[in-house]
Design a protein around this ligand. Structure first.
Ligand SMILES: Nc1ncnc2c1ncn2[C@@H]1O[C@H](COP(=O)(O)OP(=O)(O)OP(=O)(O)O)[C@@H](O)[C@H]1O
Length: 318
């Protein structure tokens, strides 16, 4: 039995389809990352799943039971689904510990204290538990927000842009921490982002959304290596888009598609495929190199500097 089953879900605002006939399933313990540019319908989709917005059509099942839409109950939301919104914050005048304990206020004190201790330890917030939110780092605040959301052991956690206000270093750390938390608490999770690097290393499955539609859902590696179309290829990473005719002309018809990632191209002095070095950019631990093969320019990466103007042999791996 799937944890979440969504079928033909749609939602329009006036004449605009924010979510357009979306269907997918999520199994227990899985993490789904939804990637899409601003306005693609990601937040609307999360709000529909969490029963905060009313779908126009479609079915939403959590463990085979219908998720009741907000129009049919007093309070919007679902007891087993927690949504962490982009602006979801902490109470500013109580400690991190009290913020987490608040979520468990209706539980017996002994259980509450034990659970808060466990969560603080799991999230490595135990050292700052007596601090006010403004006295801890942005990463710690965000961790506390997520701990609050999983305190009551929801079946499904929905995160709206969980990393958007963190720098690259803190983002990397937070991803590891969240992953640990989610996996050890066995909660399933759907998070949305407009930055593919947020999804890699975190999502078991990656869904690409555009104009309300889900274009492709698969393991991140599969989406990256076999993008359905140019849009998916470009939003999931750097890519050279060539034509089938060009592939045939240079003897590369064996490649699976017309999307060539820069790291597929490598220097091979013995190769018959010759390229001219057009430009070189130093990017820290590697160089970004523009080469031309005939009239086709391609981007590749190199760990050693190449000379602009030199001719090199190259090969392209599958
Ligand atoms: N309450 C609303 N009323 C009218 N239009 C809305 C409403 N909510 C969303 N929309 C529209 O629906 C479309 C999808 O919006 P949504 O916020 O779901 O996209 P998103 O992918 O989450 O964008 P972002 O990354 O900027 O948050 C947008 O065109 C938006 O303007």
């Amino acid at each position: 039995m799937s944890l979440l089953k969504i079928q033909h879900l749609s939602k329009s605002f006036e004449d605009k389809k924010a979510v357009n006939h979306i269907s997918f399933t999520l199994e227990k313990g899985e993490i789904l990352g939804i990637l899409g540019e601003s306005g693609s319908g990601k937040t609307t989709l999360l709000h529909l799943i969490g029963a905060f917005q009313e779908p126009d059509e479609g079915t939403l099942l959590l463990e085979n039971k219908r998720i009741t839409p907000p129009s049919q109950k007093l309070i919007a939301g679902h007891p087993d689904i927690k949504l962490v919104r982009q602006d979801y914050g902490l109470f500013p005048n109580i400690s991190i510990r009290e913020n987490i304990a608040y979520e468990l206020r209706y539980y017996e004190e002994n259980y509450r204290n034990k659970r808060v201790d466990k969560l603080l330890k799991l999230s490595r917030l135990d050292k700052v538990q007596s601090h006010l939110p403004r006295e801890v780092s942005g990463g710690e605040q965000q961790r506390a927000v997520i701990v609050k959301a999983i305190a009551e052991q929801p079946k499904l956690l929905l995160l709206d842009e969980p990393f958007s206000h963190l720098d690259a270093v803190n983002k990397r750390k937070l991803k590891v921490e969240i992953l640990k938390l989610i996996k050890s608490e066995e909660v399933s999770c759907i998070f949305v982002t407009h930055d593919v690097s947020d999804a890699y290393g975190m999502a078991d499955y990656l869904a690409i959304m555009r104009k309300g539609k889900m274009l492709q859902v698969d393991a991140p590696q599969k989406v990256y290596q076999h993008p359905l179309n140019q849009y998916v290829a470009e939003i999931t990473g750097e890519v050279n888009v060539v034509s089938i005719e060009w592939l045939a002309r240079v003897g590369l018809s064996n490649l699976p598609n017309v999307f060539i990632r820069p790291e597929q191209i490598f220097v091979a002095p013995e190769s018959n495929l010759k390229a001219g070095v057009v430009a070189l950019k130093f990017l820290g631990n590697y160089y970004e190199v523009i080469i031309s093969i005939g009239e086709q320019e391609l981007k590749m990466f190199s760990f050693v500097p190449l000379k602009v103007g030199e001719e090199i042999g190259v090969d392209i791996r599958h």
